[in-house]
Write a protein that binds this ligand. Structure first.
Ligand code: PXL
Length: 278
């Protein structure tokens, strides 16, 4: 059985980061080890007064123990990180555990043109260091613009704008660049992929649902890294991840009082069925 390690926070309520990665990657038949970087009472979007227990000092100790076992992983998957120091520790982790594994970096930092609560304007440049050494990086438009110092345009942009961002992401060193939250029309939302060595961009569009939820980026990334670890192509992995994310949003949409995350659990049987087909 393939095995990955995911390094990101645990938000105890409001499904995102590790509380999404664990169930999704496991449902895909891939073992998911974790390194929790912090424990929060909730995620930082839409809640106030959340607790934050920083676990920075534990990351290296966990890595030291794992090295003594020794452990190895098919993929290292990083998401939300709380500080520049954590970025440096994760870079070191890549050197120790990521040499023969897929390095998958979701620079989870913001959405809709804004960084999440608690991040300074200098943090995206730190996160960019991880993307630069990744095999696959999957920022949304907000995160990519923040890391590259490009103006964020909410809507009405063209392919040239998107493809320039993808090329710039790859120029930083990321082998394969994926951009989520791409839209050229009112009714479709897409993912764009610029693969290693390619000049042409692959697009995958799904229905645009006029509501946004926290944790959908984590859902996309978890499904994508699970699929890649199982040996799927990047094109198939992002298509499956986009379909699973949209299905999960649709499974939530009929309950207007439920706003803090998506009901992805309802769609796990769909995900498993798709994998059985392939
Ligand atoms: O879904 C990204 C994410 C992860 N972790 C924490 C967050 C968020 C988004 O708001 O607050 C703690």
């Amino acid at each position: 059985m393939k095995k990955i390690v995911s390094i990101q926070d645990i938000s105890c309520f409001g499904k995102c980061s590790l509380t999404v990665a664990l169930p999704v990657v496991s449902a895909m038949g891939v073992e998911c080890a974790i390194i929790p970087t912090a424990v929060l009472s909730t995620h930082t979007g839409g809640f106030t007064g959340y607790t934050f227990r920083d676990l920075t000092d534990d990351i290296e100790k966990i890595a030291d123990h794992w090295e003594s076992i020794p452990l190895s992983f098919d993929a290292v998957y990083t998401g939300y990180l709380g500080s520049a120091k954590q970025v440096d520790i994760v870079l070191d982790f890549f050197n120790r555990f990521g040499r023969d594994s897929l390095i998958f970096v979701d620079p989870a930092m913001g959405d809709k043109g804004k960084l999440y609560a608690g991040f300074s304007d200098s943090f995206p440049k730190e996160m960019a260091k991880l993307c630069a050494v990744s095999d696959v990086t999957v920022p949304n438009l907000t995160e990519a613009c923040a890391m590259l110092g490009i103006e964020y345009i909410e809507s009405g942009y063209n392919k040239e704008y998107i493809e320039n961002i993808l090329h710039k992401l790859r120029d930083t060193g990321a082998k394969n660049a994926v951009l989520t939250g791409v839209s050229f029309s009112d009714d479709k939302l897409g993912t764009a992929l610029l693969k290693e060595g390619a000049n042409e961009v692959f697009y995958y569009f799904t229905e645009k649902i006029p509501r946004s939820y926290h944790g959908t980026g984590d859902l996309f990334s978890s499904c994508c890294v699970g699929a890649l670890t199982r040996g799927m192509s990047l094109e198939d992995a992002i298509s499956l991840a986009a379909d699973f994310t949209v299905k999960s949003i649709k499974a939530t949409y009929d309950d207007p009082g439920y706003t803090y995350s998506v009901k992805f659990e309802k769609c796990i049987p769909y995900l498993v069925k798709q994998l059985e087909k392939g």
